[in-house]
Design a protein around this ligand. Structure first.
Ligand code: Z5A
Length: 205
């Protein structure tokens, strides 16, 4: 049995992840590939409880270290109880966000040390990485304008534009560091044009 492929999709808010996830799931289904769609933070029963703690605006204050540790606690559960077993069975896994988000949000955004994040990554994932990461890139203002009609903002969405600009820069920096794995996609185009770029990448996976 061949091990499945692990695809992650990431980017700042409003980049169009959810829109493109629908396309990817349909594309893989047409190729008779069984794909498990999951997300971070979350993806497991316990992970979803951690997600609620992380994103609820009822969580009045949370130190950046706590935020990072909770992201990795959820990820540990996710990888061991859901992602690895699925890949071992030959299924493909598509995760809406993964570890690159911790480097971008908690590292570049919150200013936590990259070395510390790398230590947690090593502990939880050893040398496991996605086969490919689709990084949907849009200017922050454009992403925000796409989601401005949404009524409720979660705890992280309430952050400033400066924070999200640092997050975007953090993602771009990651893509330069890992150009083979992280595919930087111009998502400021129409959904159809973004889909075409993703299709080209999936064809050679
Ligand atoms: N987080 C973290 O800090 N550290 C970590 O380690 C991890 C996560 C794993 C939850 O993420 C939060 O957790 C997130 C990062 C943090 N916080 N923030 N901010 P999430 O993924 O659940 O939530 P999100 O980032 O807020 O996702 P989103 O806003 O739903 O973004 P999206 O999925 O990319 O957007 P979309 O729903 O596909 O599109 C938004 C709208 O734009 C929609 O109306 C579309 O129809 C429209 N759209 C989409 N594409 C286009 C194009 N190309 N043109 C025009 N309009 C478009």
């Amino acid at each position: 049995m061949h091990r499945g492929k692990f695809i992650t999709i990431d980017g700042v808010e409003g980049a169009g992840k959810s829109t493109q996830i629908d396309f990817i799931c349909n594309y893989l289904a047409k190729k008779n590939i069984n794909v498990i769609l999951t997300r971070e933070p979350g993806g497991t029963e316990l992970g979803e409880k951690i997600r609620a703690l992380l994103l609820s605006t009822d969580t009045q204050s949370m130190s950046s270290d706590t935020e990072l540790l909770l992201m990795f606690a959820a990820r540990n559960e996710h990888i061991k109880t859901k992602i690895m077993p699925a890949l071992d069975k030959g299924d493909w896994v598509l995760s809406d966000r993964f570890t690159d988000a911790s480097y971008a949000y908690q590292g570049a955004g919150r200013g936590l040390s990259i070395e510390r994040i790398a230590q947690l990554e090593k502990w939880v994932l050893q040398d496991f990485t996605p086969d490919v990461t689709l990084l949907l890139d849009v200017p922050v203002a454009l992403g925000m304008s796409r989601v401005k009609f949404r009524g409720h903002k979660d705890r992280i969405e309430l952050e400033t534009n400066d924070f999200f600009n640092r997050v975007r820069d953090g993602y771009i920096e990651r893509s330069k560091q890992f150009p083979k794995r992280i595919k930087l996609i111009d998502a400021s185009t129409t959904p159809e044009q973004t889909t075409e770029q993703i299709k080209t990448i999936l064809q050679i996976l």
